[in-house]
Design a protein around this ligand. Structure first.
Ligand code: SAH
Length: 346
C-alpha cells in the first residue's frame, strides 16, 4: 500500500530542519527547501535547483506540495480581475485583484463558503464547507502578485480579507498566512497594508489585540441597532453590539489602531435618521472611520440600495460629528467580483 504523503507546507521551518537532520542531512537543507516553498512559491520538487537530485527524490517520496490552481481568470471592463481558484481537493474559492491608479489590492478568501448567514451576501448561501489552510491563503496572494506584475507592471500593494468566508472563524490559519505574507522569508509585505475584515467576533478581536497584531481591522457593521443588525446578520443575536463594542474598545486601547466600519445603506432597512444617529454614537466608542459601500444586488430584490439622498444624509451627519467617512464605488460588478457577489457562479 502506498503511504499517504504529507503536505510539506504544513511543516514549520523548524520541523523541516529537524526532518533533514533525522534523515542524516544538514539542518540548513531545511532552510533552503523552506525558501523554495514560501519565498519562491515552488509547485514541485524538481525545480529546486540547488537541492541534489537524490534529496529531491527523497522529498518526493515523503511529501506533496499542495497548491492552488487558477482555473479561470475573468477581467472586468474596469480592470478588476477575478480568479476562480481550485484547491487540491477540487473545491473552488474566488479572489479578486482590484487596480487603482496607484495601487493593486488583493481581496482574498479565508473559507470555502462562509460560517455566517448575512442575508445580503451571496457567499452565505454556500454555507461553510471548510477552512482554508495558511498555504491556500498565501497562494491566492502570490497569484495576484504575479498578475499585478504581469498586467500592471507593479507588485501587489495591499491585501484585504474581504473575499469568501469569515476570517475570524478561521483565525489561526489566517494569522499563519499573514505571518508568511509579512515575513522576509515570504513576501515581506508590511502588515500596515493588510486589512482583516470581520462581521465581528468579540472574543477573537480581543485575542488579536492581546497578541499585538499589526494589521488593520475592518468591521462590517451595517447597523448600530441590535434588532436591525440581527435581522440582516442573524449571528448578531449571539454576538450583540454591546459585546462587539467592548471588544473594539479593547482593540483600540491595546493597538492604538483606528477601526474601519463597513456600511451599506439599504432602503427601508437602515436609511433613517435614527440609524445614522445610532452609528454616530457607536463611532464614539473607539476612534474609527466609516466606509459606505455600494450594495451589489445578489438576486431576488429583498435588498435595495438606499437613495442617494439617504446616503448624503449619512455622509453629512457623520461629517458634522467629526467622523471620517468615504463613499466607495463598487469594482468588478460586471463579472460578479464585487463585495458580497463571490459565490462560484461559473
Ligand atoms: N466575513 C467578512 C469578510 C467578507 S465580506 C466580513 O463580514 O467582513 C466583505 C464585505 O462585503 C463585508 O463588509 C460585507 O458585509 C460586504 N458585503 C456582503 N454582501 C454584500 C453585498 N451584496 N453588497 C455589498 N457589500 C456586501
Amino acid at each position: 500500500m502506498q503511504k499517504s504523503k504529507k503536505d510539506i507546507r504544513a511543516l514549520t521551518k523548524e520541523q523541516l530542519r529537524e526532518f533533514f537532520v533525522s534523515n542524516g542531512d544538514k539542518a540548513f537543507r531545511g532552510n533552503q527547501v523552506y525558501e523554495w516553498l514560501w519565498q519562491k512559491a515552488a509547485h514541485s520538487f524538481e525545480g529546486m535547483t540547488n537541492i541534489s537530485k537524490e534529496t529531491r527524490e527523497m522529498l518526493q517520496d515523503n511529501f506533496v506540495i499542495n497548491h492552488i490552481r487558477v482555473d479561470q481568470m475573468q477581467r472586468s471592463n474596469d480592470g478588476t480581475i477575478k480568479n476562480a481558484v481550485r484547491l487540491h481537493d477540487g473545491l473552488v474559492v474566488e479572489s479578486v485583484l482590484i487596480p487603482t491608479s496607484d495601487r493593486t489590492t488583493a481581496c482574498v478568501s479565508s473559507q470555502v463558503g462562509c460560517s455566517l448567514d448575512c442575508k445580503f451576501c451571496a457567499t452565505a448561501r454556500l454555507k461553510r464547507m471548510r477552512n482554508l489552510n495558511p498555504d491556500e491563503i498565501y497562494d491566492q496572494v502570490v497569484a495576484i502578485d504575479n498578475e499585478s506584475r504581469l498586467y500592471f507592471d507593479r507588485p501587489l500593494s495591499n491585501i484585504v480579507f474581504m473575499g469568501m468566508g469569515e476570517p475570524l472563524m478561521n483565525y489561526n490559519n489566517v494569522l499563519k498566512a499573514i505571518d508568511k505574507i509579512t515575513s522576509n522569508e515570504g513576501l515581506g509585505m508590511s502588515p500596515k497594508r493588510i486589512t482583516v475584515s470581520t462581521s465581528g467576533v468579540p472574543k477573537i478581536i480581543k485575542k488579536m489585540a492581546d497578541e499585538g497584531v499589526r494589521f488593520n481591522l475592518a468591521v462590517s457593521l451595517h447597523s448600530a441597532i441590535d434588532e436591525v443588525r440581527t435581522s440582516i446578520m442573524p449571528f448578531n443575536e449571539n454576538f450583540p453590539l454591546h459585546d462587539l463594542r467592548e471588544a473594539l474598545e479593547y482593540w483600540y486601547a491595546k493597538t492604538k489602531n483606528r477601526i474601519t466600519y463597513e456600511y451599506v445603506v439599504w432602503e427601508g432597512i437602515n436609511d433613517k435618521q435614527k440609524d445614522v444617529d445610532a452609528l454616530v454614537r457607536f463611532c464614539r466608542f473607539a476612534p474609527s472611520k466609516v466606509n459606505i459601500i455600494e450594495y451589489n444586488p445578489i438576486d431576488d430584490g429583498d435588498f435595495r440600495q438606499a437613495t442617494s439622498k439617504a446616503i448624503a444624509m449619512y455622509q453629512r451627519t457623520l461629517e458634522a460629528n467629526g467622523i471620517t467617512v468615504t463613499v466607495r464605488r463598487s469594482r468588478g460588478k460586471d463579472i460578479d467580483a464585487a463585495c458580497g457577489q463571490l459565490a462560484n457562479k461559473s
